[in-house]
Design a protein around this ligand. Structure first.
Ligand code: ZN
Length: 637
C-alpha cells in the first residue's frame, strides 16, 4: 500500500498554475451549463459491481472535485475533471438521451418506434447494463431494437452484451451497425503489441492511482476506464459509404465515413428528424491524440481535418445539437459550426506547422517546444491539451513523416538506457555529485531536468533510494503543473513505482474471450508467432498441420530459421508430405487455451485436442513459446 504523504508544491509550480489561471477564460461557464443541461438524475449509487464482485466503476470516488482547485493540480486540468465528473442521465434532444460518467465514454440512447437504438455501449457489460437501467427507470422498459458502434475502440463496444437480449440477437432481430472494417480493426488493434500497450495504458490512465486532489483526477477524455467484463457482438450491418441512409426502428440515420481519423474505422451521422449530429470521437472537448501515449500507430491529422470540414458541409445546416462518445453535447447551429471549424483548423495547424518546422531542420523535441497554437485556438477550451497535447502531437507528426531517428549520426547507434546511464554517471563524477546538483535544479524549479538527469542515476543503480525519491519528487511537481491529465497520470505513476516498485495489475491475456473468438485464425497464428523464442527456435525445423474442424480450417505450420510461418490448406485435401504431427482441435477449445481459460493437458484429457503423429513435435513447439509477463518496469531498469 502507498504510504500517505503530505504533498508539497513548489512555488515554481504554483506560479505557473497561477499564470495559466490568469490567461484562460475561466469566467466562461458555458461548458458547465452544457454539461448540466437536460440532467434528469445523477447516478445513485455511482458504483457498479462487476460479476466477480470487484468494483467495476465508482464515480463517487471523485466527489472531491466539488471543491476549488487545490495547489496540487493545474487549474485547467481541474476544470476538465470537474466537467467530466458531471454524470447521470441527460436528455440531449427530442427522444435522445445520454448516460454520462458511468464509464470513461458516453452511452447514447435514441428512442425509436418500438424500442431504443443504443449508441456506443461503454467498455464493460456491467456498466452498460447499469446505464440502461438508469434510462429505463425514467423512460420505461423499452426494448433495445438496435445497436451502433461509432468506431473500433473498446470504450465504444465492450459493454454490448450488457444491453442486448441474447435471444433477440440470436434470432437476428437486432441490427448492429458499424463502419466498414470494424471487426478487423476492433479485434486486431491490440493483438500484436497488446501487452506493452496495456502496461503503458496503466501509466496513461493511472489505473493503479488513487483518485484524489494530489492523485488521479481523470484522464481528460473522461475519468478512467471501467474494469468489468469486456464483450463484443459483431456488427451485422456495415456502413460502407458516406451518404448511406439506414432506418432503424423508424429512426433515420444519415452517415459519413471517416476512416483514418481518431480510429482506423469510424463514422459520424445525422439524425435528420431530430436535428442532431453524432460526431463520434472526431470532435471532443479537448485536443485529441495523434499518438496516444499508451502507444499506437500515428494518426493522420490531415485526414482528420478534412473529414471535419466535410462534416460541416454535410450536416451543419440541419444540426441543432451535436453529441459525441465523450464529454458533453453542444447546442445551437452557430456554436456547432464554430466548434467544428476550430477543431478542423486545430489538426490542420499542427500538421502544417510541424512540417514547416521540420523542413527547416528542427527535430521532434524542438518542434514540440516551438509549436504553439494561435491565440484564437489556444483560448478555446475544446482545443486545450487535456488528452492530446501540442507537444506530443507535434512529435507524433514528425514521427509519422520522418520516424524516430532525428538524422544526427551521434544518435544513430546510442547505448541503451542502462549502459548509457552507467557511463553518464561515471563521467559526471558519480551518483552523489549528480544528486547534489540535481537538488539545486529542483530548488530552481527545473523539474524536467531533474527527472532526466536523476533517471540516469536510477538506471545506473536502481537500489539508490535517494535518487529514486528525488526523481519521484520531481515527477510529482511535473504532475501538479500538468494541464494534460494523461501526462499527470504518467508522472504520478512514475513517482509511485519509483517509491513502491512495479504496481502493475496487467494480465498476460490482453484480450477477452469475445475478442479472441472474432480474431481470424491466420491473425491468431500470427499472434502466436510473436511468442516464439527466435534464438531457441532457430535450432529446430518443424512441420505440422493444425486442423480446426468446427470452422473447417486447416493450416500448414512451419518453424524454420527461427520463425513460424503458416499457410492455409484446402479443406478435405491430402496432408503435405514430411508432416511430423497433426493437431486437431476446435477453434472454440483452442480459443480457451489462448485465452488462458484451459490448459493443454486438460484439453487432451477431455479429448478436445488430439494429436496424430509425433506428439513430441508439438511439445517441442509449445516449449519454444515465451511466457510473457507484462508487469515489466518502465521508470526503472
Ligand atoms: Zn473513446
Amino acid at each position: 500500500m502507498s504510504e500517505s504523504r503530505e504533498p508539497s508544491v513548489s512555488p515554481h509550480v504554483s506560479e505557473a498554475n497561477a499564470l495559466l489561471r490568469a490567461e484562460l477564460p475561466f469566467d466562461d461557464e458555458r461548458d458547465f451549463e452544457d454539461a448540466r443541461r437536460g440532467r434528469i438524475e445523477g447516478l445513485e449509487p455511482a458504483l457498479v459491481e462487476a460479476t466477480d464482485g470487484r468494483i467495476a466503476w465508482d464515480l463517487g470516488a471523485y466527489s472531491f472535485l466539488d471543491s476549488a482547485c487545490p495547489e496540487t493540480a493545474n487549474p485547467s486540468a481541474w476544470r476538465q475533471a470537474q466537467l467530466n465528473a458531471i454524470g447521470g442521465l441527460f436528455e440531449v434532444g427530442e427522444g435522445i438521451y445520454q448516460v454520462r460518467g458511468q464509464d470513461i465514454s458516453n452511452m447514447t440512447i435514441v428512442e425509436g418506434g418500438t424500442g431504443v437504438l443504443v449508441i456506443d455501449p461503454l467498455i464493460s457489460a456491467e456498466c452498460a447494463a447499469a446505464a440502461l437501467r438508469l434510462y429505463r427507470e425514467h423512460r420505461g422498459a423499452r426494448p433495445v431494437t438496435g445497436l451502433l458502434y461509432t468506431h473500433t475502440h473498446v470504450d465504444h463496444f465492450g459493454g454490448a452484451r450488457g444491453v442486448v437480449d441474447p435471444e433477440d440477437l440470436a434470432a437476428g432481430r437486432i441490427p448492429v451497425l458499424a463502419p466498414q472494417h470494424f471487426l478487423e480493426h476492433a479485434v486486431s488493434e491490440n493483438v500484436f503489441a497488446g501487452l506493452a500497450m496495456a502496461r503503458r495504458a496503466e501509466y496513461m490512465f493511472g489505473a493503479p492511482l488513487e483518485p484524489g486532489p494530489a492523485g488521479q483526477i481523470g484522464a481528460g477524455i473522461g475519468m478512467r476506464n471501467s474494469t468489468g467484463s469486456v464483450t463484443l457482438i459483431p456488427p451485422n450491418l456495415e456502413i460502407t459509404h458516406t451518404g448511406q441512409v439506414e432506418i432503424v426502428d423508424g429512426i433515420e440515420l444519415r452517415f459519413q465515413l471517416t476512416p483514418g481519423t481518431e480510429a482506423p474505422a469510424e463514422m459520424n451521422f445525422l439524425l435528420p428528424d431530430r436535428g442532431a449530429l453524432c460526431i463520434a470521437e472526431n470532435a471532443t472537448h479537448n485536443l485529441h491524440n495523434l499518438l496516444t501515449l499508451r502507444g499506437a500507430p500515428v494518426r493522420d491529422p490531415l485526414a482528420w481535418s478534412h473529414f471535419l470540414d466535410e462534416s460541416i458541409e454535410l450536416f451543419c445546416g440541419e444540426s441543432e445539437v451535436m453529441f459525441a462518445g465523450h464529454h458533453w453535447p453542444r447546442w445551437e447551429r452557430e456554436r456547432i459550426v464554430d466548434m467544428l471549424g476550430k477543431q478542423r483548423d486545430l489538426y490542420r495547424y499542427l500538421h502544417d506547422q510541424t512540417l514547416r518546422l521540420l523542413n527547416q531542420g528542427h527535430v521532434a523535441e524542438e518542434v514540440g517546444e516551438l509549436l504553439e497554437l494561435p491565440p484564437q485556438l489556444a483560448s478555446e477550451w475544446h482545443c486545450r491539451g487535456h488528452y492530446g497535447s501540442v507537444n506530443h502531437n507535434a512529435k507524433a507528426i514528425y514521427q509519422r513523416y520522418l520516424g524516430a531517428f532525428d538524422g544526427n549520426p551521434a544518435h544513430l547507434w546510442r547505448h541503451p538506457p542502462e549502459p548509457a546511464a552507467r557511463r553518464y554517471i561515471e563521467y559526471m563524477g558519480g551518483a552523489e555529485a549528480v544528486l547534489e546538483r540535481a537538488e539545486g535544479a529542483f530548488e530552481e524549479g527545473d523539474f524536467r531536468w531533474v527527472a532526466e538527469v536523476v533517471s540516469h542515476v536510477v538506471f545506473s543503480d536502481p537500489d539508490n533510494r535517494e535518487a529514486r525519491e528525488l526523481e519521484a519528487r520531481a515527477l510529482e511537481q511535473l504532475a501538479y503543473g500538468a494541464e494534460n491529465a494523461t501526462w499527470r497520470n504518467f508522472f504520478l505513476m512514475g513517482a509511485k513505482e519509483l517509491r513502491e516498485g512495479v504496481v502493475s495489475a496487467v494480465s498476460p491475456i490482453a484480450a477477452g474471450a469475445d475478442l479472441i473468438a472474432h480474431l481470424e485464425t491466420p491473425k491468431l497464428l500470427d499472434a502466436i508467432a510473436l511468442r516464439l523464442d527466435g534464438p531457441r527456435a532457430a535450432e529446430h525445423e518443424l512441420r505440422m498441420v493444425w486442423s480446426f474442424p468446427d470452422v473447417g480450417e486447416r493450416f500448414l505450420l512451419r518453424v524454420g530459421n527461427g520463425v513460424l510461418t503458416h499457410k492455409p490448406l484446402r479443406e478435405g485435401g491430402e496432408d503435405p508430405a514430411d508432416i511430423a504431427a497433426t493437431l486437431i482441435v476446435d477453434r472454440a477449445a483452442f480459443d480457451e487455451l489462448v485465452g488462458g481459460r484451459a490448459e493443454l493437458p486438460e484439453l487432451v484429457e477431455a479429448g478436445r485436442l488430439r494429436i496424430e503423429g509425433e506428439g513430441e513435435v508439438l511439445l517441442t513447439f509449445f516449449g519454444l513459446l515465451d511466457n510473457l509477463d507484462p508487469a515489466f518496469p518502465i521508470v526503472m531498469p
